[in-house]
Design a protein. Structure first.
Length: 363
């Protein structure tokens, strides 16, 4: 085995790499180079139908593989008949796009009548650090935590995102709507949806197979896709802060007592050991009653996958659209299934609230 130290802003990650020739991992090195690489039009970059020219352009906070800042938010749009429903897609609306930048913090404003759209939603770039560990969590572990009918009566449900992939039922793990089941699918989806680069057809439906530029398809080889996926799989989450401040321990108790852990499950088992992600990877409705947003089959408006909390201190702003500038704001932006948790937080003393924030910042 070999240890590789990867600087991520305030963090230094220690990745355990597979032993390669000469004690190195050439595939990791190739994948990192591709993750960093600014692609060009001559290589198939999908300008202007693209969000960035490299993976790192969006996944950069607190360093390579991390989250994206507010100005990197992208947009989705559809039609929900003025809020009366049902939600219907409009051309291009489910494809992430920066073509219409936000004029209002946390909300997009578009020209009236844009492709028949009347509902708009931003997407914050989530951190991709630790995806390799999440990829190893068995589907049965995720579905075991579902509470579709709220059997315990606590108002918190939790539903796994079920996806049909190549004729088989799989469980979603990645993306705000848990719309991607496996890490390799995440790479294929991002290559086309974010960069406009076509990739080989592996039969799973996440690759973009063709576009209308003059560059021969596929524009990225299978080896390159595999190299990027391997690099991402080897990026561990930031290490815990390890604070000995007794207030951090008090914050942990509060985290459990007010109900945060009902969705932000501290760890999930995997074949290689516990994954301390602080997420159950389930969909929950956490938006206010009457919220208008994007819907997908199996993930209605307002339903989002519980995001992992590891390294959360370095990934502001928060929530699916970046509406919360800090951790306090993120807690106060929880509604519906998380309504009682938010109320519990509001009822804490200032000292108890401060201790909870200290605990979260230590993750």
């Amino acid at each position: 085995m070999q240890l590789s130290h990867i600087a991520l802003g305030a963090f230094v990650l220690t990745a355990v790499l597979l032993q390669g020739p000469g004690g190195e991992d050439p595939q990791f090195d190739r994948g990192r180079a591709l993750f960093d690489k600014p692609f060009t039009l001559a290589e198939g970059l999908g300008a202007p139908e693209m969000n960035a020219d490299s993976c790192r352009a969006c996944h950069q906070d607190p360093g390579i593989g991390g989250a994206g800042s507010l100005e990197l938010n992208v947009s989705r749009f559809g039609n929900d008949n003025g809020g009366a429903g049902p939600f219907t897609n409009v051309p291009g609306g489910q494809g992430l796009s920066k073509l219409f930048p936000p004029s209002v913090h946390g909300r997009e404003e578009y020209p009236t009548g844009l492709l028949g759209a009347d509902v708009f939603e931003q997407r914050q770039t989530p951190s991709a650090i630790g995806h390799g560990l999440i990829d190893q969590i068995p589907a049965a572990v995720i579905t075991a935590n579902e509470d579709v009918n709220d059997a315990d009566g606590d108002g918190v449900f939790g539903v796994a995102r079920r996806l049909t992939v190549a004729g088989n039922l799989e469980i979603g793990r990645f993306g705000w709507k848990a719309q991607i089941p496996r890490l390799a699918d995440f790479v294929n989806d991002a290559m086309f949806g974010e960069l406009g680069l076509t990739t080989p057809d592996n039969g799973r439906g996440f690759a973009g197979l063709a576009d209308d530029d003059s560059v021969p398809d596929p524009e990225i080889t299978q080896e390159q896709v595999d190299d990027i996926a391997h690099f991402m799989a080897m990026l561990p989450p930031p290490p815990r802060g390890g604070s000995t401040d007794p207030l951090v321990a008090e914050g942990l108790k509060t985290f459990h007592s007010i109900g945060c852990a009902k969705c932000h499950t501290p760890s999930l088992p995997s074949p290689t050991g516990p994954v301390p992600l602080f997420s159950n990877l389930l969909l929950h409705n956490v938006m206010p009653v009457g919220y208008r947003g994007m819907a997908e089959p199996g993930a209605e408006a307002g339903f989002f996958k519980t995001p992992p909390l590891w390294g959360i201190k370095g990934t502001a702003p928060y929530m699916h659209d970046g509406r919360a500038e800090d951790l306090r704001g993120a807690i106060l932006a929880h509604f519906s299934e998380a309504e009682q948790v938010r109320v519990n937080y509001e009822n804490l003393t200032t000292a108890e609230q401060d201790a909870l924030i200290l605990f979260l910042e230590d993750l």
